[in-house]
Design a protein around this ligand. Structure first.
Ligand SMILES: *Cc1c(COP(=O)(O)O)cnc(C)c1O
Length: 404
């Protein structure tokens, strides 16, 4: 069989359905799933070279696997990075990143609005190993600058944030990091490469929870880091091989197929979320709406510039309240009145999900910490899926119409 090579300069929509390791044995049109833990070696000399890393070839799936490699190549093509490496989950990817780049005595500057487990991993777990972290405002660049030290190795940000959708300026943070001799790492889970490509704005590494929009159908856990070949192959591959947060080939295959519809889905999630956010702003039962696609969002213009003019799929809002005590009961009433939305903390699914951050993702914070983070008891987060948006509006109206 003659092997064809994809031409250069294909559009991203084409790359999303075409890029993969070319291992087709039977001419299958869908990518094969190599569900195997190890690979039979043709002879002892070849095996020795493969294990030594001087010859390409698969040996063991903790080190590499053709299906995982297909996932990595496709994701790197979409992010526009030289390489990517899979991880068992988004947190597995952040753990790999920290293990690869940090040692005792190093310092990290991190937005205080990043994903809760990221705060715990960088702040607490790596604190235990002698890494110091300064947590700063998501949007106040002066705070980031003031926090820098000679020992600062990396700046870590996530944009937009969960659940309040605050947006930080990736280019400004990249300039700050590079002037300080540090790296900028951006968690791109909320936008996915279909809307936002942080390395085009100067970021050095991109983190993904493939569990969210890359899969897009709420099926599996997956994660990845995207970046230069030097860092991915030279720093992170040895970490996975040794520490074992490898991506399962089955999960890689699911997400690989999920990425084929990523750009279509992100456009649909964004247009549904914008319609919902605009409608929520007109509802008497709603006090405030948080969505980067709204002109009322504090970083609206920056978000539109960074996110291909799209707001993404996540909308949060505060229910109207008459007293502090009623905030929680009103929010619970809206959540419990839904008949369509899935009441679950995941996001990025085809099914619209609804959550109450103060008692779920941010439930372990003290009330003071929650206040500081702006997560009130009246806050509700909706991750708009592919349901018809009128059905979601009607679903929220069930509770909003009957608030105490
Ligand atoms: C979910 C999430 C993670 C963690 O990903 P897992 O796959 O659940 O480990 C990291 N960052 C953000 C922004 C997330 O939403």
């Amino acid at each position: 069989m003659t092997t064809r090579k994809l031409p250069d300069n294909l559009h991203r929509d084409t790359l999303a359905v075409r890029v993969a390791v070319d291992k087709s044995q039977y001419g299958e049109n869908s990518e094969a799933l190599y569900l195997t833990s190890s690979f039979v070696q043709p002879d002892a000399e070849t095996s020795a070279r493969r294990f030594a890393g001087t010859e390409e070839g698969f040996t063991y799936s903790r080190t590499s696997n053709p299906t995982v490699a297909s996932f990595e190549q496709r994701l790197a093509a979409l992010e526009g990075t030289e390489a990517a490496i899979g991880a068992s989950s988004g947190m597995g990817a952040i753990l790999m990143m920290c293990m690869g780049l940090l040692k005792s005595g190093d310092h990290v500057v991190c937005s205080r609005s990043v994903f809760g487990s990221t705060l715990g991993l960088i702040g607490n777990l790596f604190g235990k190993f002698g890494v110091e972290t300064t947590f700063v405002s998501q949007t106040d660049i002066a705070e980031w600058r003031t926090a820098l030290r000679p020992s600062t190795k990396l700046l870590f940000a996530e944009t937009p944030t969960n659940p309040l959708t605050d947006v930080c300026d990736i280019q400004a943070l990249a300039d700050l990091a590079h002037n300080a001799g540090a790296l900028l790492v951006v968690d791109n889970c909320f936008c996915s490469p279909a809307l936002q490509r942080p390395t085009e704005m100067g970021a050095d590494l991109v983190i993904h929870s493939g569990t969210k929009y890359l899969d897009g159908q709420g099926r599996v856990l997956a994660g990845a880091i995207c970046g230069s070949q030097a860092l991915i192959g030279g720093v992170f591959a040895p970490v996975v091989r040794t520490a074992g947060m490898a991506l399962s080939p089955f999960n890689a295959w699911v997400v690989l197929k999920g990425m084929e519809t990523l750009s279509l889905r992100m456009r649909a999630h964004s247009s549904g979320a914008l319609a919902l956010a605009q409608w929520l702003e007109t509802q008497p039962g709603v006090a405030r709406v948080y969505y980067p696609g709204l002109a009322s969002h504090p970083q609206h213009e920056l978000a539109m510039r960074q996110q291909s003019g799209q707001g993404g799929g996540v909308v949060s809002f505060d229910v109207r309240t008459t007293s502090p005590e009623s905030a929680r009961s009103n929010a619970f009433h809206v959540v419990d009145s839904t008949l369509v939305c899935s009441f679950t903390a995941n996001l990025g699914d085809t099914k619209t999900t609804i959550s109450h951050p103060a008692t779920s993702s941010h439930g372990r914070l003290s009330e003071d910490q929650r206040q500081a983070a702006g997560i009130g008891q009246g806050l509700i987060r909706v991750a708009v899926g592919l349901d018809h948006i009128d059905d979601i509006k009607a679903d929220l109206l069930r509770g909003l119409h009957t608030l105490a």
